[in-house]
Design a protein around this ligand. Structure first.
Ligand code: DX5
Ligand code: ZN
Length: 217
């Protein structure tokens, strides 16, 4: 069954505890945490102190998506804050392999992510290190953007590669996931769906999570 990772980017920041507990109760699998620095992407969100603050309010894995330049500078902080998975953009560092080694050395699962304009070949040589590969289906920076379906070809490639080479990473999709786009993601080979606005911009969060499961059956 597909895993659902609600993104707290679309939660109420004044009520993070409430909104995290709500999706946990309704069957979410991960809590997706979007970290933006106003430089790698044109928006600023939160830092490791917020990850520390939310760590005790949920048992769910914290899936931390770093959209920051030179993520190596902050990997130890996010690891110590209690992240379970730390995912770094291949475009954000000239040393993606080293960044992923750093994450693993902290005892945290290492993810790698590519933007819509970046091909799978860029991350080919770090796939043996990856616990998670995240495919962006929007240009990162904001919730509520339209799904870029051309990116699904990369999901198919990654699914084939892991079968062929015996890699163990999960494939996650981030951006524009809703009741209309979720099925194509899973059909292409995705294991985890991030959903921000679709889940949180509703009075019935439970119904939204259930619908994502239903349409991907
Ligand atoms: C975008 C973030 C996403 C965002 C997704 O830069 O990485 O995680 O929260 O939001 P939706 O699901 O609304 O596209
Ligand atoms: Zn994200």
């Amino acid at each position: 069954m597909v895993k659902i990772a609600p993104s707290i980017l679309s939660a109420d920041f004044a009520n993070l505890e409430r909104d995290i507990k709500l999706v946990e109760e309704k069957g979410a699998d991960y809590i997706h945490v979007d970290v933006m620095d106003g430089q790698f992407v044109p928006n600023i969100t939160l830092g490791a102190n917020i990850v520390s603050a939310i760590r005790p309010v949920t048992k769910l894995p914290l899936d931390v998506h770093l959209m920051i330049v030179e993520p190596e500078r902050f990997i130890p902080d996010f690891a110590k804050a209690g992240s379970d998975i730390i995912t770094v953009h291949a475009e954000s560092t000239v040393h993606i392999h080293r960044a992923m080694q750093m994450i693993k050395n902290e005892g945290v699962k290492a993810g790698v992510v590519i933007n819509p304009g970046t091909p799978v070949s860029v991350i080919e040589h770090v796939l043996p290190l990856a616990d998670l590969v995240l495919i962006m289906t929007v240009n990162p920076g904001f919730g509520g953007q339209a799904f870029i379906s051309e990116c699904l070809e990369k999901v198919e490639q990654l699914d084939e590669l892991r079968k062929e080479k015996g890699y163990t990473y999960e494939i996650e999709i981030d951006g524009g996931v809703d009741n209309k786009t979720a099925k194509a993601c899973v059909d292409a080979g995705a294991d985890v769906l991030v959903a921000g606005s679709y889940v949180y911009n509703s009075p019935d969060v439970g119904e939204r999570i259930a619908t994502l499961r239903e349409v991907t059956k």
